[in-house]
Design a protein around this ligand. Structure first.
Ligand SMILES: Nc1ncnc2c1ncn2[C@@H]1O[C@H](COP(=O)(O)OP(=O)(O)O)[C@@H](O)[C@H]1O
Ligand SMILES: [Mg+2]
Length: 252
């Protein structure tokens, strides 16, 4: 059975896209068949994977609005990618009156689901319809949290949204895979305090994975359109990404 993980946090800049790409890459290195789905109209993941969004004729938008098959680009750094571009920004309005709209992404994934062990969905920075569609389609939700004082800003709303998806029909089985503290600076006392608070307050809701250090190598790797492990295989954060990826293997 494939695990469909929504990488979700309505706050921008917390490393959703970076994690989607890098955990996807590590899962592929562990021998899994991995599909990444870009569900953000800003198309950060599509760009990080080396495609040019405005040149794409078919995107995730065609799959969820026009019910076309998901367009899949195969074998980019051992990963498959269903890309996005700005056309996705019209999806929420176009789907306002659409029938069964909550299931549009779930239904787009269903025909290809068995081709993959892991499907990672990079959510947009909002609690709008696109994020909702991804929570309805997912088996698990993984939440990156930036380890600074604003880490908890929005966590309440985020957990409430997950609870709503679970409580009402669309996806009772949605599980919280856990929280990944990101951009962590162990020398900064505010970061260490925040990490301690994350461990204290959120462990009850899900696994707290090891923190990913703040490092410009992530920015450099994405500018080179590569996962960190391809850009700099010896970078210490690669080991942390590997550890998190192998924990994801045990999700049921
Ligand atoms: N561990 C990290 N250390 C430093 N910069 C990071 C780290 N992870 C991500 N970044 C950078 O932070 C910015 C936002 O990351 P991104 O993954 O796009 O966040 P989101 O998808 O949540 O908006 C990007 O420029 C990215 O390269
Ligand atoms: Mg993003």
């Amino acid at each position: 059975m494939s695990r469909i993980i929504a990488v979700f946090n309505q706050v921008g800049g917390v490393a959703k896209t970076t994690l989607t790409q890098n955990l996807g890459y590590q899962l592929a290195q562990l021998g899994h068949r991995v599909l990444l789905i870009d569900l953000d109209p800003h198309a950060g993941l599509t760009i990080f994977m080396g495609l040019v969004p405005r040149e794409l004729e078919q995107t995730v938008n065609n799959a969820i609005v026009d019910e076309q098959p998901l367009p899949i680009h195969e074998g980019i750094h051992d990963l498959d990618l269903a890309p996005a571009n700005i056309s996705l920004s019209t999806a929420e309005v176009q789907l306002i009156n659409a029938s069964m709209r909550d299931f549009r992404l779930k239904e787009a994934i269903e025909p290809i689901e068995d081709n993959y062990d892991f499907i990672l969905i990079d959510c947009p920075p909002s609690l709008g319809l696109l994020s909702y569609l991804s929570l309805v389609a997912a088996t698990h939700v993984l939440v990156p949290l930036e380890t600074h004082f604003k880490a908890f800003e929005g966590t309440g709303d985020l957990l409430k949204t997950v609870a709503t998806v679970r409580r009402h029909k669309p996806n009772r089985k949605l599980q919280i895979a856990g929280f990944v503290p990101t951009k962590y600076d162990a020398r900064n006392s505010q970061d260490t305090r925040t990490l301690a608070a994350i461990n204290e307050q959120l462990a009850i809701a899900g696994t707290i994975y090891p923190p990913i250090p703040r490092s410009t190598a992530f920015v450099d790797a994405s500018e080179e359109r590569m996962p960190l492990a391809v850009y700099d295989p010896k970078h210490p954060s690669v080991q942390i990404l590997k550890k998190i990826a192998s924990s994801l293997e045990s999700l049921k």
